[in-house]
Design a protein around this ligand. Sequence first.
Ligand SMILES: Cc1cc2nc3c(=O)[nH]c(=O)nc-3n(C[C@H](O)[C@H](O)[C@H](O)COP(=O)(O)O)c2cc1C
Length: 366
Amino acid sequence: MTAPAARPLCLDAYEHQARARLPADVFDYVFGGSDDECSLRDSRRAFDAWWLRPGVLVDVARCDTSVELLGTRLSHPLGVAPMAYQALAHPDGEVATARAAGALGGLMVVSTMASRTLEDVAAAATGPLWFQVYCFRERAVTTALIRRAEAAGYQALVLTVDAPRLGRRMRDLRSGFGLPAHVRAANFDAGVNAALGARASGESGIASHASRDFDPSLTWEAVEWVRSVSKLPVLLKGVLTAEDTARAVAAGVDGVIVSNHGGRQLDGAIPPLEALPEVVATAKGRCEVLMDGGIRRGTDVLKALALGAKAVLVGRPVYWGLATGGEEGVGHLLSLLREELELALALAGRPSLPSLDASVLRRRTF
Ligand SMILES: Cc1cc2nc3c(=O)[nH]c(=O)nc-3n(C[C@H](O)[C@H](O)[C@H](O)COP(=O)(O)O)c2cc1C
């Protein structure tokens, strides 16, 4: 008799199990980055560029991972990044993710391109939800989505600003990736779904849809516009520079998410962890600063928080948790990361998030 598969002990072990379970083209769609995947690799490597300077003989019998974000108290700073089409990994998709994130007292950002309706996800959620917005060529489509998100109780809007056009994701072009028939962009009609499901060699249904429907002419006016159509707090996702942070603050946003879209957009874009200090220095506490990209260990979270992020978002690992065990898999994966963060805080002698600052870091010299 073969022994049951061991429960993964860390996020990379989840990736390993998911790779074995998912169809190769689905794994590649989730795992991949754009062009030569330089940003994808560098976002991870950026965490290795820091050593930790632990403080000893600090009482760490209790470590407090709680944080307040836009007025909401969360039991930890690990949010779920917006990711499209989670039913690719498990039939319950975003509903399972929302249940798991909420059970652990954390935040989930739900993608415009979710495979369950934004109302279904809200009905299942027990924790706070933010809604990620892609701006469509037809503004009325975006307005309707924002109205639905407001009505369903979402607490903030996350406007993704790094994808006016889709990066060239070579894995998807090679596989001719399109959504399988059982996975839909649930917030949209049959026309959109026909585009997303189209399969052709050397093309990607996801890319064809984006170039057809996403607005490539977006400017800072769009931020004004989103703020004019909704009273919800607005965050910009995909900011990587001091210049854009200054403009975001001037535009009155409530937060920025330092991100290179998981290395799926501009290949060679600076790793988010490297961009974080200049964004934090420019924001000067006038808006929330979050980051995502390459978070796989509790020590990664600690480094991002020490460089000034208020919270981090976790992307692909959530997909691996879904593929491996649905809601239970995501819940276990997030709790592993939370426990790793708590242990890292304890061993670094920093028993709460406010006690973290850049003095816990030192640049690697060899
Ligand atoms: C499969 C997949 C789908 C994604 N879909 C979206 C999306 O719909 N909207 C968005 O703003 N970002 C999207 N992202 C980017 C994530 O929100 C996030 O920036 C990135 O995955 C973080 O890096 P990580 O995967 O290394 O944690 C997606 C990423 C992946 C891997």
